[in-house]
Design a protein around this ligand. Structure first.
Ligand SMILES: [Zn+2]
Length: 361
């Protein structure tokens, strides 16, 4: 809960009971003027908590932005308590050029939180974004994907430090419409917005889905993730959107190519891979096979590069997360359910969905 009185507006968008409003939120100053994100605010007819949802903190990850618009436009505000804020482009500079990082300073905005006042424009925007979220919201959902170069499965992640805010974020993650939950403690995520917010007592999580080619199914997953979290917060009726079981994944190992060429994935995002399984291969510009990339551990494939992704030696092409099995106390998956996670050894010409590039959070 924000300290002090709640503002009745965010940027130029206002909280108006029973209405969906639009406006702009200024995050910084650029040579050409203000740098701002479009915002939507859906306000219910009754008072209640406020959920902050944002997309495109990595500029090319537009599925979340589309999911926010889909979700907020279809809400029945007469059945809603509180509000849902949609910040459409959390990094407007990166969004404008569809780049992962801010072109002006090359910074990855989701590594520089809590930001700083006297620093790069990306760090200034991070500071402004975080201050606005802390002043208005009771919880935050940050939407990501594999961007233009990679594909990720549909999963939720939260910072697991066993504080009240972390445990609350875990409850919201379990209501995000997916049974795959990453409990993150990796040091490289310490500058991510969800980590910093959780450490400061505001529950926050990330939802990842899709990439490379945005599909309606991915947009729908994002929209349902927002609805699920809003249900868990009692903004929408119906109670938490619990799944029958949850698959836990943990620490991430990154996979890099040794050779330059084109990457051909051999797995699908979300597959379970075992020691020695083929993740993908690299072919050179003459079509000759240069490298076979295999996995060193049993893992959940949380990102993989798209088919024919041009890569330079040392390019990251997959994320392998520890497979921690099913959350204690939930029923073991049936044989049929378990089969969903068996690696799909498709003929090479059908192996089209791989994706993994940079770390995606
Ligand atoms: Zn991302």
């Amino acid at each position: 809960m924000p300290a002090g009185p709640r503002p009745n507006a965010l940027g130029t968008a206002s909280f108006e009971p029973g209405r969906l409003t639009r406006g702009d939120l200024s995050l910084g100053q650029h040579l050409g003027g203000p740098v701002s994100s479009p915002v939507m605010i859906a306000t219910g007819t009754r008072p209640g908590p406020v959920l902050w949802v944002q997309g495109a903190i990595h500029g090319g990850e537009v599925g979340g932005t589309l999911g926010i618009a889909r979700c907020l436009n279809r809400l029945d505000l007469s059945r809603m308590s509180g509000a849902i804020i949609g910040v459409m482009t959390a990094n407007p500079l990166a969004f404008r050029t569809q780049a992962r990082n801010s072109p002006e300073d090359g910074e990855n905005m989701n590594r520089v939180f809590p930001g700083a006042e006297a620093s790069t424009i990306t760090r200034q925007m991070a500071r402004a974004l975080m201050a606005a979220a802390e002043a208005t919201a009771d919880a935050v959902m940050d939407l990501h994907s594999g961007g233009l170069e990679a594909i990720v499965p549909f999963y939720a992640l939260y910072w697991d430090d066993d504080t009240p805010a972390s445990r609350q974020a875990g409850r919201y993650a379990r209501s995000a419409g997916t049974e795959t939950i990453l409990t993150a403690r990796d040091a490289w995520l310490s500058g991510a917005m969800f980590t910093q917010l959780t450490r400061r007592g505001l529950p926050a999580l990330i939802v990842e889905c899709g990439g490379a080619e945005v599909t309606d199914e991915q947009i729908e997953n994002f929209a349902r993730a927002i609805e699920g979290m809003a249900r868990a917060m009692d903004i929408l009726p119906g109670g938490p959107l619990d799944q029958a079981r949850y698959r836990r994944i943990g620490t991430c190992d990154l996979v890099f190519t040794r050779e330059s060429g084109f990457f051909l994935p051999a797995c699908l995002a979300g597959d379970t891979v075992d020691v020695g399984d083929l993740v993908g291969r690299v072919v050179d510009i003459f079509g000759a096979e240069k490298e076979l990339i295999t996995t060193p551990k049993r893992a959940f494939l949380a990102a993989i590069g798209r088919r024919y992704l041009p890569v330079t030696a040392g390019a990251m092409i997959a994320e392998l997360n520890d497979d921690l099995g099913w959350i204690k106390g939930t029923p073991a998956p049936s044989r049929a359910r378990r089969s969903r996670f068996v690696p799909k050894r498709l003929p090479l010409h059908q192996r089209t969905h791989g994706r993994g590039w940079r770390q995606n959070r």
